[in-house]
Design a protein around this ligand. Sequence first.
Ligand SMILES: Nc1nc2c(c(=O)[nH]1)N[C@H]1C(S)=C(S)[C@@H](COP(=O)(O)O)O[C@H]1N2
Ligand SMILES: [Mo]
Length: 330
Amino acid sequence: MSDKKAPEPPSSEITPEKLYLRRREFIKNAGLFVGTAGVVGGGLYLLGLKRTQPMDSFVPDAGVLPSLAPAQGSSPYDTDEAKTPFADVTTYNNFYEFGLDKNDPARNAHVLKTRPWTVTIDGEVNKPQTVDIDQLLKWFPTEERVYRMRCVEAWSMVIPWNGFPLGELIKRVEPTSRAKYVAFTTLMDPEQMPGQKRPVLDWPYVEGLRIDEAVHPLTLLAVGLYGKTLPNQNGAPLRLVVPWKYGFKGIKSIVKITLTEQEPPTTWNLASPHEYGFYANVNPAVDHPRWSQATERRVGEYSRRPTLPFNGYAEQVASLYTGMDLRENY
Ligand SMILES: Nc1nc2c(c(=O)[nH]1)N[C@H]1C(S)=C(S)[C@@H](COP(=O)(O)O)O[C@H]1N2
Ligand SMILES: [Mo]
């Protein structure tokens, strides 16, 4: 998948542990993948099922997934580009808690129990609390947002999400004047998320936004897609969607949201700081060390298309970064 040959960091900088922390392409290039394939993603039982059953059989049955209340009106932010088919959105995933292959999450994430589920909101807020996911859904009506999604691996999709603006939740808990950032945490439960039994990443997965990014109206907490409850492989029951940033900012299966004064640590930045920054704004002018970000492949299409600054949302968000060097703050 990489367009460029990997420029190797000096060997003095690379420890064996660090080799684990690279994206799958790198793990494979380094010849380590064969050794880890059987264990990452939970064990041999996966391998038994894996290669015999056709992927079609892992597409969630849209007739069985609970429907969400119809979205209210259409969003001014919707793209009218062709939506990526439901089958692709739900079988081509990154969710390393369930394995490294794109279709591992669809095969394996059904074991995650998404009810009961609570989300704790704490830190620099006047009203810290732990809320049941169904209570959250009563507080905030869901909207449909048809957004582009661009992974740092240079593929993209168009996904009709159902969710509510993160800003609504932040308002409700009343941030203090010290709240400058928002930190997010995925569930930590190696029994349900077998990928967490291996040191592929520093578990649990964590992410963060600056508070002005978090309350921007484009920033969504998604609870569904295509009008249906979010399939587990897409981050049920609650995941972040920040359409102008690379997909890895869209943390899945969130259990905690903490408002902080300091910039919080983020998983891919911890794993490989010179490759993945805190900001991770989609930027065709700043290449990833191992592949160009100038173009992308829309899943389901053959030819590549140019990547747009801020993933095509510059008009809405470029002003958040006025005066910032986006090459430094990648
Ligand atoms: N907890 C968790 N969240 C995650 C990931 C992950 O491995 N674990 N992968 C990220 C990456 S790299 C991408 S591109 C998107 C993929 O979202 P999708 O599978 O719904 O398309 O989820 C992001 N959120
Ligand atoms: Mo990604």
